[in-house]
Design a protein around this ligand. Structure first.
Ligand code: UD1
Ligand code: MG
Length: 522
């Protein structure tokens, strides 16, 4: 078989849509994600461990989709259903994402065996077999797209059958070592796994990153020839390098400029290392995009978060999941947002915890506010200290400034929610809704026993327990009428003083007027 010339590096034309730009025709991607990852000492499959809030495997899958469009296969095995679900959820919104093929490797017999399982995913369709394959480990989250594109260019330029990515490390232990021929060209002759390496090979500091471009006609025929007679009894993908060399084919290598990028996560220490690097990259990206961070090192931003220009993040702000922050917002210290959408000009004061909620433009929240989930805070609304909300829509310009629980409530525009207002939404079995019309004034210490509706413009007197619907523009008051007893307090004080200093008769100490007075009051 002649050396493959089929790989064609081309950028899809603009009219095909911007999303398809940069996809390489004829290229398919295989992501290996079936391993358990014993060295992690975890109940969870290694590729599901998050790095900056995103499962490790999604870094490789995302990269694959960006370079190859919809020709991506992921090999799953350990916790296959979970891995499949994570990939489905994450890729459903991406271009080509719904077409990611998931193939199962039932027994984890090695990386070569894993790749072999993906063959059926590419054997269908009018498009014909891929002209080349990019193969990625599912545990290399630091790999950059630019590097992968460089690898693909080198593969093309060198007319290679296999092109591998390598890195030169201070400590190469654990990785496959790249053995080069003693000739002047120093061509790659094979990869030797750490556990199979002799002392001389162990001393090699150039390692295999686990990123390969392989000619389409060569890959599967080579995989069929793999032999598991090695220290781990596995079918090593890395053995295809030696096979190619034996067949007189060209094996090329690209050496990483920044070896950190080649980090393969096998242990918790490496996971922590990857986390640090990715966090740093994410912060730099948002700083470059016009976001101010008072203390970048203490600012935690997950991979999928987006932040608008001129937003200011104070120390110890954590933005998780799919959170989107608009422009000109201020987020003060010690605040955590998960999967929230925040408009423009929003101010969030210190010590807030928000999840799965939507905050519209110019709203003000905190300090010490808690939005649990399904909350909408409309434009210019205010949520103050010690206010907890759940599944509640707080209307435009409405205020809940102090000490409240608002759950399962629909609150209109311009409503004043007095301090200490509680929606009693739960009867011990079911949850009920509270509806409050526009312009309602809820006095302090109002309890709304749901289901209940307060009509627009109504006033609820402080301390009222609302158990019936209140018509629009009505006053609702439900509290014990007040009684004033003239001079009572002064008399009580006098009696108390007497009791403390006077000669205590047995009748006074046991039947104190103070005690009998206070009993009477109750
Ligand atoms: C692998 C390479 C090694 C390289 C290192 C880079 C092989 C034989 N060795 O070693 O040369 O230096 O990556 O990080 O390829 N997987 C499966 N099915 C399996 C086994 C593994 O899908 O049967 C997946 C894992 O989930 C993982 C990837 O393949 O995503 C790599 O497996 P891992 O066990 O981490 O290989 P390393 O020992 O790191
Ligand atoms: Mg690994």
């Amino acid at each position: 078989m002649s050396r493959s010339r089929a790989t064609e590096v081309s950028t899809v034309k603009k009219q095909a849509g911007p999303d398809l730009q940069g996809k390489i025709a004829g290229l398919a991607v295989i992501v290996m994600a079936a391993g358990l990852g014993k060295r992690m000492r975890s109940k969870q499959a290694k590729v599901l461990h998050p790095v900056a809030g995103q499962a490790m495997v999604l870094y490789s899958v995302g990269l694959g989709l960006r370079v190859a469009g919809d020709r991506v296969a992921v090999v799953v095995g350990h916790q296959a259903d979970l891995v499949r679900r994570v990939i489905d959820r994450a890729t459903s919104g991406m271009t080509g994402g719904s077409l990611v093929a998931i193939v199962e490797q039932r027994e984890q017999l090695g990386t070569g065996h894993a790749v072999l399982q993906s063959r059926p995913a590419f054997a269908v369709g009018k498009r014909g077999a891929p002209s080349s394959y990019l193969i990625l480990n599912g545990d290399t989250p630091l790999l950059r797209e630019a590097t992968v594109r460089e690898l693909l260019r080198a593969h093309e330029a060198e007319r290679a059958t296999v092109t591998i990515l390598t890195a030169v490390l201070e400590d190469a232990s654990g990785y496959g070592r790249v053995v080069r021929a003693p000739s002047a060209e120093r061509n790659v002759s094979c990869i030797v796994e750490d556990r199979d390496a002799n002392a001389e090979e162990q001393a090699i500091r150039e390692i295999n990153v686990g990123t390969y471009v392989v000619d389409g006609e060569f890959l599967f025929s080579a995989l069929e020839k793999l032999d598991p007679s090695n220290a781990q009894g596995e079918y090593y993908l890395t053995d295809i390098i030696h096979l190619a060399v034996e067949q007189g084919r060209r094996v090329a290598a690209v050496v990483l400029g920044n070896p950190d990028e080649g980090l393969g996560v096998n242990t918790r220490r490496q996971l922590a290392q990857a986390e640090q690097v990715v966090r740093h990259q994410i912060r730099d990206r948002w700083l470059d995009a016009g976001v101010t961070m008072i203390d970048p090192a203490s600012t935690w931003i997950d991979a999928a978060v987006t932040i608008g220009k001129d937003t200011v993040l104070y120390p110890n702000v954590t933005l998780e999941g799919t959170t989107v922050i608009g422009e000109d917002c201020v987020l003060r210290s010690n605040t955590r947002l998960a999967n929230c959408i925040v408009g423009n000009g929003v101010e969030i004061l210190d010590h807030c915890v928000f999840a799965d909620s939507h905050i519209e433009d110019d709203a003000q929240l905190g300090p010490f506010a808690h939005l649990r989930s399904g909350v909408v805070v409309r434009k210019k609304a205010k949520v103050g200290n010690f206010v907890e909300m759940k599944k509640t829509d707080l209307g435009e310009g409405s205020k809940a400034n102090h000490l409240s629980y608002l759950g399962d409530a629909k609150i209109g525009k311009g409503v004043n929610v007095g301090a200490g207002t509680i929606t009693c939404n739960y009867d011990g079995v079911r949850k009920f809704q509270t509806v409050i019309g526009d312009g309602v004034f809820l006095g302090s210490d109002t309890q709304l026993v749901a289901p209940v509706t307060v009509g627009a413009g109504a006033i609820i007197a402080a301390g009222t327990t609302v158990t019936k619907d209140v018509p629009a523009d009505a006053l609702a008051i439900a509290r014990v009428p007040q009684v004033n007893r003239a001079g009572w307090a002064a008399r009580r004080r006098a009696l108390a003083t007497q009791a403390q200093v006077g000669p205590v008769s047995s009748s006074m100490s046991t039947k104190s007027p103070v005690k009998s007075q206070s009993k009477k009051r109750r």
